[in-house]
Design a protein around this ligand. Structure first.
Ligand code: SF4
Length: 322
Protein backbone atom coordinates (compact mmCIF):
# COMPACT_ATOMS: atom_id res chain seq x y z
CA UNK A 1 0.00 0.00 0.00
CA UNK A 2 1.26 3.46 -0.82
CA UNK A 3 1.93 6.16 1.78
CA UNK A 4 -1.35 8.04 1.27
CA UNK A 5 -3.36 4.89 2.07
CA UNK A 6 -4.46 4.27 -1.49
CA UNK A 7 -5.72 0.72 -1.40
CA UNK A 8 -6.56 0.52 -5.11
CA UNK A 9 -4.99 2.42 -7.96
CA UNK A 10 -6.40 1.78 -11.42
CA UNK A 11 -4.10 3.19 -14.08
CA UNK A 12 -4.94 3.63 -17.76
CA UNK A 13 -7.08 0.49 -17.79
CA UNK A 14 -8.71 -0.59 -21.06
CA UNK A 15 -10.97 -3.63 -21.42
CA UNK A 16 -12.54 -4.69 -24.72
CA UNK A 17 -14.93 -7.42 -25.83
CA UNK A 18 -14.34 -9.34 -29.02
CA UNK A 19 -17.40 -9.67 -31.28
CA UNK A 20 -17.82 -10.78 -34.89
CA UNK A 21 -18.27 -7.11 -35.81
CA UNK A 22 -15.07 -5.97 -34.12
CA UNK A 23 -13.78 -5.02 -30.66
CA UNK A 24 -16.23 -3.30 -28.34
CA UNK A 25 -14.18 -0.69 -26.48
CA UNK A 26 -16.17 -1.03 -23.27
CA UNK A 27 -13.68 0.66 -20.94
CA UNK A 28 -10.84 2.84 -22.14
CA UNK A 29 -7.97 4.53 -20.33
CA UNK A 30 -9.79 4.36 -17.00
CA UNK A 31 -7.78 5.85 -14.12
CA UNK A 32 -8.87 6.28 -10.50
CA UNK A 33 -7.80 5.64 -6.90
CA UNK A 34 -9.72 4.35 -3.91
CA UNK A 35 -8.45 5.25 -0.45
CA UNK A 36 -8.50 2.96 2.54
CA UNK A 37 -11.89 3.04 4.30
CA UNK A 38 -13.50 5.27 1.67
CA UNK A 39 -16.13 4.70 -0.98
CA UNK A 40 -15.91 5.65 -4.61
CA UNK A 41 -18.95 5.75 -6.85
CA UNK A 42 -18.84 4.71 -10.49
CA UNK A 43 -21.81 6.28 -12.20
CA UNK A 44 -23.26 6.49 -15.69
CA UNK A 45 -26.02 5.20 -17.94
CA UNK A 46 -26.22 1.45 -18.51
CA UNK A 47 -23.64 0.27 -21.00
CA UNK A 48 -21.16 3.02 -20.06
CA UNK A 49 -18.57 0.48 -18.91
CA UNK A 50 -18.92 0.60 -15.14
CA UNK A 51 -19.62 -3.12 -14.68
CA UNK A 52 -16.82 -3.91 -17.15
CA UNK A 53 -14.45 -1.95 -14.91
CA UNK A 54 -15.68 -3.88 -11.83
CA UNK A 55 -15.31 -7.24 -13.55
CA UNK A 56 -11.84 -6.24 -14.78
CA UNK A 57 -10.75 -5.50 -11.19
CA UNK A 58 -11.57 -9.09 -10.25
CA UNK A 59 -10.54 -10.41 -13.65
CA UNK A 60 -13.89 -12.10 -14.20
CA UNK A 61 -14.73 -10.59 -17.59
CA UNK A 62 -17.16 -12.77 -19.56
CA UNK A 63 -16.14 -14.71 -22.66
CA UNK A 64 -14.62 -12.47 -25.29
CA UNK A 65 -13.63 -9.85 -22.71
CA UNK A 66 -9.98 -8.94 -22.34
CA UNK A 67 -7.91 -6.40 -20.42
CA UNK A 68 -5.98 -4.73 -23.24
CA UNK A 69 -3.73 -2.49 -21.18
CA UNK A 70 -3.27 -0.76 -17.87
CA UNK A 71 -2.55 -1.59 -14.26
CA UNK A 72 -4.73 -2.54 -11.31
CA UNK A 73 -2.57 -1.96 -8.26
CA UNK A 74 -4.34 -3.48 -5.28
CA UNK A 75 -2.60 -3.44 -1.92
CA UNK A 76 0.69 -2.65 -3.63
CA UNK A 77 0.49 -5.42 -6.25
CA UNK A 78 -0.49 -5.26 -9.93
CA UNK A 79 -3.33 -7.76 -10.52
CA UNK A 80 -3.22 -7.57 -14.33
CA UNK A 81 -0.33 -10.02 -14.89
CA UNK A 82 -1.56 -12.54 -12.29
CA UNK A 83 -2.71 -16.00 -13.38
CA UNK A 84 -6.21 -17.30 -12.70
CA UNK A 85 -4.81 -19.45 -9.90
CA UNK A 86 -3.19 -16.44 -8.21
CA UNK A 87 -6.32 -14.34 -8.69
CA UNK A 88 -8.46 -16.97 -6.99
CA UNK A 89 -6.51 -16.36 -3.79
CA UNK A 90 -7.18 -12.61 -3.98
CA UNK A 91 -10.88 -12.64 -4.83
CA UNK A 92 -13.16 -12.58 -1.77
CA UNK A 93 -10.19 -12.12 0.56
CA UNK A 94 -8.84 -9.03 -1.19
CA UNK A 95 -11.71 -7.69 -3.28
CA UNK A 96 -15.22 -9.06 -3.03
CA UNK A 97 -18.27 -8.18 -5.12
CA UNK A 98 -22.01 -8.12 -4.53
CA UNK A 99 -23.71 -8.42 -7.89
CA UNK A 100 -27.10 -6.95 -8.58
CA UNK A 101 -30.06 -9.28 -8.43
CA UNK A 102 -30.10 -10.81 -4.94
CA UNK A 103 -32.87 -13.14 -6.10
CA UNK A 104 -30.72 -15.17 -8.43
CA UNK A 105 -27.42 -15.02 -6.53
CA UNK A 106 -28.41 -17.71 -4.02
CA UNK A 107 -28.92 -21.33 -4.95
CA UNK A 108 -32.60 -21.99 -4.05
CA UNK A 109 -32.01 -25.59 -2.94
CA UNK A 110 -29.45 -24.89 -0.20
CA UNK A 111 -29.94 -23.15 3.14
CA UNK A 112 -28.51 -19.63 3.37
CA UNK A 113 -26.13 -20.64 6.19
CA UNK A 114 -24.77 -23.57 4.16
CA UNK A 115 -24.03 -21.24 1.24
CA UNK A 116 -22.17 -18.81 3.48
CA UNK A 117 -20.29 -21.77 5.02
CA UNK A 118 -19.24 -22.86 1.54
CA UNK A 119 -17.86 -19.37 0.88
CA UNK A 120 -15.84 -19.47 4.12
CA UNK A 121 -14.47 -22.97 3.54
CA UNK A 122 -13.55 -22.27 -0.10
CA UNK A 123 -11.31 -19.41 0.93
CA UNK A 124 -9.90 -20.75 4.18
CA UNK A 125 -8.84 -24.33 4.46
CA UNK A 126 -8.83 -26.10 7.81
CA UNK A 127 -11.50 -24.00 9.59
CA UNK A 128 -13.35 -26.13 12.14
CA UNK A 129 -17.13 -26.70 11.92
CA UNK A 130 -17.64 -24.77 15.16
CA UNK A 131 -15.61 -21.83 13.85
CA UNK A 132 -17.57 -21.77 10.61
CA UNK A 133 -20.85 -21.73 12.54
CA UNK A 134 -19.64 -18.93 14.76
CA UNK A 135 -18.49 -16.95 11.76
CA UNK A 136 -21.85 -17.41 9.98
CA UNK A 137 -23.68 -16.19 13.08
CA UNK A 138 -21.40 -13.14 13.32
CA UNK A 139 -21.70 -12.33 9.62
CA UNK A 140 -25.48 -12.50 9.75
CA UNK A 141 -25.53 -10.33 12.87
CA UNK A 142 -23.23 -7.83 11.17
CA UNK A 143 -25.81 -7.31 8.43
CA UNK A 144 -28.75 -7.26 10.87
CA UNK A 145 -30.13 -10.76 10.37
CA UNK A 146 -31.02 -13.00 13.32
CA UNK A 147 -28.35 -15.81 13.27
CA UNK A 148 -31.00 -18.55 13.61
CA UNK A 149 -32.17 -17.62 10.10
CA UNK A 150 -29.07 -19.38 8.74
CA UNK A 151 -31.28 -22.48 8.68
CA UNK A 152 -33.70 -20.89 6.24
CA UNK A 153 -33.82 -21.33 2.48
CA UNK A 154 -33.41 -18.22 0.32
CA UNK A 155 -37.12 -18.16 -0.61
CA UNK A 156 -37.97 -17.80 3.10
CA UNK A 157 -36.16 -14.43 3.14
CA UNK A 158 -37.64 -11.14 1.99
CA UNK A 159 -35.91 -9.34 -0.88
CA UNK A 160 -34.14 -6.97 1.52
CA UNK A 161 -32.94 -9.84 3.71
CA UNK A 162 -31.63 -11.71 0.70
CA UNK A 163 -29.68 -8.60 -0.30
CA UNK A 164 -28.23 -8.33 3.23
CA UNK A 165 -27.39 -12.06 3.32
CA UNK A 166 -25.59 -11.61 0.02
CA UNK A 167 -23.55 -8.81 1.55
CA UNK A 168 -22.78 -11.12 4.51
CA UNK A 169 -21.59 -13.76 2.06
CA UNK A 170 -19.37 -11.23 0.27
CA UNK A 171 -17.78 -10.44 3.65
CA UNK A 172 -17.15 -14.13 4.45
CA UNK A 173 -13.41 -13.96 3.80
CA UNK A 174 -12.85 -10.54 5.43
CA UNK A 175 -12.12 -8.59 2.23
CA UNK A 176 -10.41 -5.19 2.24
CA UNK A 177 -12.60 -3.92 -0.55
CA UNK A 178 -16.21 -4.51 -1.44
CA UNK A 179 -17.71 -3.73 -4.84
CA UNK A 180 -21.47 -3.25 -4.79
CA UNK A 181 -23.01 -3.41 -8.26
CA UNK A 182 -26.30 -1.49 -8.35
CA UNK A 183 -27.05 -2.14 -4.66
CA UNK A 184 -30.72 -2.39 -3.88
CA UNK A 185 -31.86 -2.20 -7.51
CA UNK A 186 -35.18 -4.02 -7.93
CA UNK A 187 -36.00 -3.49 -4.24
CA UNK A 188 -38.50 -0.92 -3.05
CA UNK A 189 -37.17 2.48 -2.01
CA UNK A 190 -37.40 1.83 1.73
CA UNK A 191 -35.49 -1.45 1.50
CA UNK A 192 -33.03 0.19 -0.86
CA UNK A 193 -32.42 2.96 1.68
CA UNK A 194 -31.85 0.31 4.39
CA UNK A 195 -29.34 -1.51 2.16
CA UNK A 196 -27.43 1.73 1.59
CA UNK A 197 -27.43 2.50 5.29
CA UNK A 198 -26.03 -0.96 5.95
CA UNK A 199 -23.25 -0.46 3.41
CA UNK A 200 -22.37 2.92 4.94
CA UNK A 201 -22.30 1.37 8.42
CA UNK A 202 -20.09 -1.49 7.27
CA UNK A 203 -17.67 0.96 5.72
CA UNK A 204 -17.41 2.86 8.98
CA UNK A 205 -17.46 -0.13 11.35
CA UNK A 206 -15.15 -2.45 9.41
CA UNK A 207 -13.02 0.22 7.72
CA UNK A 208 -13.95 -1.32 4.35
CA UNK A 209 -13.03 0.38 1.12
CA UNK A 210 -15.86 0.33 -1.39
CA UNK A 211 -16.72 0.85 -5.01
CA UNK A 212 -20.38 1.59 -5.48
CA UNK A 213 -21.66 1.11 -9.01
CA UNK A 214 -24.91 2.78 -9.86
CA UNK A 215 -26.81 4.54 -12.61
CA UNK A 216 -28.58 6.44 -9.80
CA UNK A 217 -26.60 9.47 -8.68
CA UNK A 218 -28.59 9.91 -5.48
CA UNK A 219 -27.26 6.53 -4.25
CA UNK A 220 -23.70 7.64 -4.91
CA UNK A 221 -24.25 11.07 -3.37
CA UNK A 222 -25.42 9.43 -0.15
CA UNK A 223 -22.64 6.91 0.22
CA UNK A 224 -19.44 7.97 -1.52
CA UNK A 225 -16.61 10.38 -0.81
CA UNK A 226 -15.43 10.26 -4.40
CA UNK A 227 -17.13 9.78 -7.72
CA UNK A 228 -16.14 8.86 -11.27
CA UNK A 229 -18.69 9.61 -13.98
CA UNK A 230 -18.37 7.29 -16.96
CA UNK A 231 -19.61 7.90 -20.46
CA UNK A 232 -19.11 5.50 -23.37
CA UNK A 233 -16.26 3.64 -21.69
CA UNK A 234 -14.37 6.65 -20.40
CA UNK A 235 -14.26 8.64 -17.19
CA UNK A 236 -15.42 12.15 -18.08
CA UNK A 237 -15.46 13.66 -14.58
CA UNK A 238 -13.76 12.48 -11.43
CA UNK A 239 -12.98 13.61 -7.94
CA UNK A 240 -14.47 14.79 -4.68
CA UNK A 241 -18.19 13.86 -4.59
CA UNK A 242 -19.33 17.06 -2.84
CA UNK A 243 -17.55 19.25 -5.37
CA UNK A 244 -18.92 17.29 -8.34
CA UNK A 245 -22.52 17.28 -7.14
CA UNK A 246 -22.35 20.97 -6.23
CA UNK A 247 -20.56 22.10 -9.31
CA UNK A 248 -20.78 19.54 -12.12
CA UNK A 249 -18.48 20.63 -14.94
CA UNK A 250 -18.90 18.09 -17.72
CA UNK A 251 -22.10 18.58 -19.78
CA UNK A 252 -22.84 14.85 -19.41
CA UNK A 253 -22.65 15.02 -15.60
CA UNK A 254 -24.87 18.11 -15.68
CA UNK A 255 -27.39 16.16 -17.78
CA UNK A 256 -27.26 13.14 -15.46
CA UNK A 257 -27.86 15.27 -12.38
CA UNK A 258 -30.86 16.96 -14.04
CA UNK A 259 -32.25 13.54 -14.98
CA UNK A 260 -32.46 12.29 -11.36
CA UNK A 261 -34.86 13.38 -8.66
CA UNK A 262 -33.31 14.51 -5.40
CA UNK A 263 -34.88 12.81 -2.38
CA UNK A 264 -34.43 15.80 -0.09
CA UNK A 265 -34.12 18.69 -2.51
CA UNK A 266 -36.84 20.93 -3.90
CA UNK A 267 -39.10 19.68 -6.66
CA UNK A 268 -37.73 20.37 -10.11
CA UNK A 269 -38.76 19.27 -13.58
CA UNK A 270 -36.56 16.35 -14.65
CA UNK A 271 -35.01 16.41 -18.07
CA UNK A 272 -33.45 13.52 -19.92
CA UNK A 273 -30.27 13.69 -21.98
CA UNK A 274 -31.27 13.72 -25.66
CA UNK A 275 -29.86 10.97 -27.88
CA UNK A 276 -28.54 7.52 -27.04
CA UNK A 277 -25.10 6.25 -25.96
CA UNK A 278 -22.84 5.55 -28.95
CA UNK A 279 -21.81 2.31 -30.61
CA UNK A 280 -18.56 1.35 -28.88
CA UNK A 281 -17.22 -0.60 -31.85
CA UNK A 282 -17.07 2.64 -33.83
CA UNK A 283 -17.25 5.38 -31.16
CA UNK A 284 -17.53 9.04 -32.22
CA UNK A 285 -14.18 10.75 -32.84
CA UNK A 286 -12.41 12.64 -30.04
CA UNK A 287 -14.96 13.54 -27.31
CA UNK A 288 -17.38 10.62 -27.34
CA UNK A 289 -20.17 12.82 -25.99
CA UNK A 290 -19.99 15.20 -28.97
CA UNK A 291 -23.10 13.90 -30.85
CA UNK A 292 -25.25 14.59 -27.75
CA UNK A 293 -23.56 17.64 -26.29
CA UNK A 294 -25.44 20.97 -26.40
CA UNK A 295 -22.12 22.89 -26.32
CA UNK A 296 -20.26 20.93 -29.01
CA UNK A 297 -17.52 22.85 -30.86
CA UNK A 298 -15.28 21.94 -33.82
CA UNK A 299 -12.39 21.03 -31.55
CA UNK A 300 -14.55 18.43 -29.74
CA UNK A 301 -14.64 16.27 -32.88
CA UNK A 302 -10.91 16.58 -33.51
CA UNK A 303 -9.04 16.49 -30.22
CA UNK A 304 -9.67 14.15 -27.34
CA UNK A 305 -10.22 16.19 -24.17
CA UNK A 306 -8.01 14.99 -21.31
CA UNK A 307 -9.15 14.47 -17.74
CA UNK A 308 -7.49 17.35 -15.85
CA UNK A 309 -8.07 19.54 -12.81
CA UNK A 310 -9.88 22.79 -13.63
CA UNK A 311 -9.76 25.23 -10.75
CA UNK A 312 -10.95 23.18 -7.80
CA UNK A 313 -8.56 20.68 -6.26
CA UNK A 314 -9.52 17.02 -6.61
CA UNK A 315 -12.09 17.80 -9.28
CA UNK A 316 -11.17 16.71 -12.80
CA UNK A 317 -13.17 16.96 -16.03
CA UNK A 318 -12.47 15.97 -19.64
CA UNK A 319 -14.04 18.79 -21.62
CA UNK A 320 -12.85 21.52 -24.01
CA UNK A 321 -15.17 24.07 -22.40
CA UNK A 322 -12.59 24.61 -19.67
FE1 SF4 B 1 -19.26 18.84 -25.11
FE2 SF4 B 1 -17.02 19.39 -26.36
FE3 SF4 B 1 -17.04 19.18 -23.71
FE4 SF4 B 1 -17.32 17.03 -25.26
S1 SF4 B 1 -15.53 18.33 -25.11
S2 SF4 B 1 -18.52 17.53 -23.48
S3 SF4 B 1 -18.52 17.86 -26.94
S4 SF4 B 1 -18.08 20.72 -24.94
Amino acid sequence: MTANSTVLSVQDLSAYYYTLNGWVRAAESVTFDVEMGQAMGLAGESGCGKTTVAMSLLKILPRGGRIRKGKIIFDGEDLVPLSENEMRKRRWKGISIVFQGAMSAFNPVYKVGDQIAEAIKTHESGVSKADVEERIAKLLETVGIEPSRADNYPHEFSGGMRQRALIAMALAANPKMLIADEPGTALDVIVQAQTLKLLRDLKDRLGLSMIMISHDLSIIAETCEKVAIMYAGRIVEYGDAVSIFKNPMHPYTQGLIKAFPSIKGERVRLTSIPGTPPDLIHPPPACRFNPRCPYVMDICKKIDPQLVEHGEKNHLAACHLY
